[in-house]
Design a binder for this molecule. Sequence first.
Ligand SMILES: Nc1ncnc2c1ncn2[C@@H]1O[C@H](COP(=O)(O)OP(=O)(O)OP(=O)(O)O)[C@@H](O)[C@H]1O
Length: 595
Amino acid sequence: MKKRSTFSWVLEFAGRKKSYYVGSVLLAILGVAASFIPYLLIADVVGKLLSGNRDLGYYLESVILMGVCWIVRVAFHSISTTLSHVATFNVLGGIRRQLCKKLSTIPLGSVLDDNSGSYKNIIVERVDAMETTLAHIVPEFTSNILLPIVMFIYLLTLDWRVGLSNLIPAFIGVGFAAVMMAKSQGEFEVTVQKTKYLNDTAVEYINGIEVIKAFGKTGSSYEKFVNAAREGADCFINWMRKCIWWQAGSVSFMPATFLGVLPVGLFLVRGGSLTPENFITCVILSAGLISPLVIAFSYMDDIMKMQTIFGEITEIIERKDMVRPSELTKKPVGSDIELKGVKFSYKDKEILHGIDMEIKQGQVNAFVGPSGSGKSTIARLIDSLWDVDEGSITYGGVNIKDLPLDYYTSQIAYVAQDNYLFDMTVMDNIRLGREGATDEEVINAAKASGCHEFILGLENGYDTVVGGAGGHLSGGERQRICIARAMLKNAPVVILDEATAYTDPENEAIVQQSVAKLVQGKTLIVIAHRLSTIQDADKIFVINDGRIEASGSHAQLLSECILYRKMWDAHVASRDEDAPENNAASAARKEAANA
Ligand SMILES: Nc1ncnc2c1ncn2[C@@H]1O[C@H](COP(=O)(O)OP(=O)(O)OP(=O)(O)O)[C@@H](O)[C@H]1O
């Protein structure tokens, strides 16, 4: 596929503000015209002075005209820069929106493969870093490149030989700049990688600070961060070392137009083929070429940085989405779920080696098996967080790949091991379960999931803002809020991945009661390590090393499956307080019987 240019991405992200960039360029061009006129006036004034003109009025008019041109130039430049800033903020907003949207449409694995710090770095800092360049480059690069071009063409019309002589030092300077760019492109990418690594290490250090303190690893973890900072600094220094001399050569020669104009011009004046007036005009115009060129070339470095950042952004934006139709064309019948020959790998490691299972509507199903056997992976595939590599998953007889993502996600309520709470109020965190739910509905869901009382006990009740990832709440409280969220969603299929993982024995009964209410009349898939919590399930799947070892009821498996029996014996031996009433499946049954 042909690689899109940074320019075309910028225009796409600018959206309806594209015309602002166009306006910015047009005004920059008008600004160039206003900047050029004073040079013509100066040349004319010098010519008149040399010819002995003593008309003061003429000189005064010229000075006023130059002042007007200056004001017009500043006005055009300001408006041009304003327009370009508005368009640029649109571009940055567009990029951030598209990046965030993309993270929700690509498979979860594609997101998890990278450190969360790198995403934060790209979405916040890297995008921010483009602001100055992008906003200034359009008006300033345009005018600073255009003005010397216009002046150069005028110089050629005055005397083509003197005009061309301007290019001698410029060519030498460009040669230096080309070498510098060739040398620094690779180096710059390394510095970007190192900076990213430094950022990731900092985020890791902050996220893991609790573990670091608990295990007394402050020194070693800090060392990793310091090393990353040192490597980052070293590669910047290395980069500078490699290009500093070339950069010095470039900035020394590039503006030194007089190195060409003076000897050539003097030679021509001496030979009589160039008048002294034209020679002075050429020298003035040549001097005027310098500063805009220097400014224009100072943007080269920024352009390169911007290209690298765009490379990082587009790498994410061009990732393959989970392909799903936008319209519901095949309507599922019921909510049976069937997996046929499902294979799945994380990166290159195959985790599921051909899973076949049927999950019947309204039944309680359980996944049990050793840690790392693939239980959560199956649950995530059913929840469509990843796509299967081989085989299929159907919902109500329709392949889930043929169902719109919005529709399918509305059918499944997934309570994961570590459900995330956002840094917003408890009310809004629960409301995430169903957009538009009223406060009353949220409170009812909280009551049903047994968290109403503890929420009322919080500082500001339902308006209490929980910390990032729910850090201000206990594990059990977070879990109950997540169950309330799932309850509010009221989806026909409920997946509970270790729903009681964080719960102490006292609270487990409360959570189990909430779960029982949540799953009433629904298809339940529960992943549990405590086998007593699922012994009344309609169907238990024993997963072992990415395969289904056996399936059936608790009684069937006890007599037919050695692995299950071993797990049960181990559980019974370790269990001391799992009472039958603390049991998700049996509690669900009791609720169903009472209903
Ligand atoms: N995002 C990931 N990237 C790479 N490997 C992963 C990822 N998630 C899980 N795995 C690996 O896949 C295997 C199955 O993991 P999974 O979480 O499905 O097992 P599990 O049976 O649910 O385990 P547990 O009972 O301990 O939660 C494990 O070896 C795990 O290390």
